[in-house]
Design a protein around this ligand. Structure first.
Ligand code: AMP
Ligand code: MG
Length: 477
């Protein structure tokens, strides 16, 4: 970022809380990714850095400017209202990462907000971003949470915390939109040149580098959302200011991982019309890419933008079906295999079947009549609905001469045993609010390796407790 001029950001300093700070959780994997030996930095030093109390001399923190379309409406100026970018760090492999603090105090873009984040939302982002990484889904990563007893006012009084997160870039679709809406087309070009040079250097020699840039973002976004759909993840606030220019999952708020399969699942209780419902995400991805293309129009013709955007749908569909076939252990795709997938989803919807548990259970499917697959059957209200589908699955497996053992192994690599369900995060939050941070680390252990068995944590792979579906998450964070 410092290579961009100041029209793209404002210099700010993080504001430490008035109350003492403490380290709530620390993720050594991400420290190592940054090229830092976690044992050589003490908790006190991490607290000094993340609270903003003591920054390295070379650190020139800033808040980035952006705009966005929020729930379909243009907001000409947003920006990091509660985040500070500390700077960039390069690891031994030459990979660069930006370190950003979220909840670090007021910035010129705070717009009446308090610049803070509450402990609750910080724990959710920390756990979910690492869970997504564990699932192989592109995402920002989480380095640590520093908490404080300082009070932060939301619907209730809560305590504040700061999340340190990293990404190769936190640039968003909205980073381009802000300059398009101001008619500052030279800045749109300057930012596009910066993104190409820093993140897509292969595109620099392309004869139409800006079209190639849009094409790459289209491709990454299509693949990202296909992965969300395959794992049952709903983002909750897919505004264009939450869309990463690198195709990362960005800005975790009222997200949800689907439990009972319902295509219209709305995870965000502030999303009254279901604009960001689970099954709307693929279409919203394209809508958002249209907003990005619009912002890039000074750099290409309308025709070029249209042709590029047309690539989204086939890319999404192909990748989604590729992932769903892998989830069923199928090697070949044909009309019948696609029908098998949609019939399964229909039966799951009609029978309120848990999405994650069903696919994990299907790893152990043995074609009837050798087995009755009781554990899988029992996940359906109407057991016969499963039996009918199981015959269809058996025939497909026979057609492709698919073997039980190799299929089981392959399926266990793509169907997680553990996902971050809202109730799991809530248990960690409730304990943390009583100053017990142990559940955060326990959850991190299973979520970073969600395909493994972790027998001592089996309860998190079972049926969620009765209170789980009463949890409501909203934009309040
Ligand atoms: P989000 O819903 O977290 O993606 O935030 C949308 C916009 O509101 C971004 O520009 C944020 O920086 C800003 N924002 C959210 N919460 C706060 C807060 N507590 N104080 C200041 N700005 C905020
Ligand atoms: Mg955001």
């Amino acid at each position: 970022m410092p290579r961009l001029p100041e029209r793209f950001y404002s210099r700010v300093k993080p504001t430490p809380f008035e109350a003492p700070h403490h380290l709530i959780s620390f993720n050594p994997d991400v420290a190592r990714l940054l090229g830092i030996d976690p044992d050589r930095v003490s908790p006190a030093e991490w607290i000094d850095l993340i609270s903003g109390r003591r920054l390295p001399a070379e650190c020139e923190p800033l808040a980035m400017l952006y705009a966005g379309h929020q729930f379909g409406h243009v907001v000409p100026q947003l920006g990091d209202g509660r985040a500070t970018l500390l700077g960039e760090i390069r690891n031994q492999q030459g990979e660069k990462y930006d370190i950003q603090l979220k909840g670090s105090g007021l910035t010129p873009y705070s717009c009446g907000g308090d610049g803070r984040a509450v402990l609750r939302s910080t724990i959710r982002e920390y756990l979910c971003s690492e869970a997504m990484h564990g699932l192989g889904i592109p995402t920002t990563r989480a380095l640590a949470i520093v908490g404080s007893d300082a009070e932060v006012y939301r619907e209730q009084i809560e305590t504040g915390a700061i999340l340190a997160r990293i990404a190769s870039s936190h640039l968003r679709f909205g980073s381009f939109e802000v300059f398009y809406h101001r008619d500052q087309h030279d800045a749109v070009q300057q930012l596009a040149d910066f993104v190409i040079a820093e993140h897509y250097p292969d595109l620099a020699t392309h004869d139409k580098p800006y079209v190639a840039l849009l094409e790459e973002v289209v491709r990454r976004t299509a693949r990202l959302i296909a992965r969300w759909q395959a794992v049952g993840f709903a983002h909750g606030v897919l505004n264009t200011d939450n869309m990463s220019i690198l195709g990362l999952t960005l800005d975790y708020g009222p997200f949800g991982v689907m439990e009972q399969y319902q295509p219209g699942y709305i995870c965000n209780h502030s999303d009254f019309h279901g604009r960001y419902a689970f099954d709307q995400q693929p279409g919203i991805g394209l809508w958002n890419l249209n907003r990005l293309a619009q912002a890039l129009i000074p750099l290409m013709s309308v025709e070029q933008a249209k042709v590029t955007l047309e690539q989204y749908e086939p890319l999404f569909v192909d990748h989604y079906f590729e992932l769903m076939h892998a989830k069923l252990g199928l090697k070949n795709q044909d009309d019948m295999s696609r029908e098998l997938i949609s019939d399964l989803l229909s039966a799951m919807q009609a029978n309120q079947v848990d999405y994650t548990r069903l696919f994990r259970a299907l790893c152990d499917f043995v074609p009837p009549p050798q087995a009755r697959n009781e554990a899988i059957r029992n996940l359906f209200v109407e057991r016969e609905a499963f039996d009918i589908w199981a015959q269809q699955y058996r025939r497909q497996l026979e057609r492709e001469q698919n073997h039980v053992t190799s299929r089981r192994e392959a399926m266990r690599q793509v169907n997680p045993k553990y996902v971050l369900r809202n109730y799991m995060a809530q248990i960690a939050i409730d304990k943390a609010q009583q100053n017990d941070f142990s559940e955060i680390d326990r959850l991190l252990d299973i979520l970073r390796d969600p395909f493994a068995e972790h027998p001592d944590m089996d309860h998190y792979a079972g049926e969620p407790p009765g209170w789980a579906n009463q949890i409501e998450v909203s934009c309040s964070s």
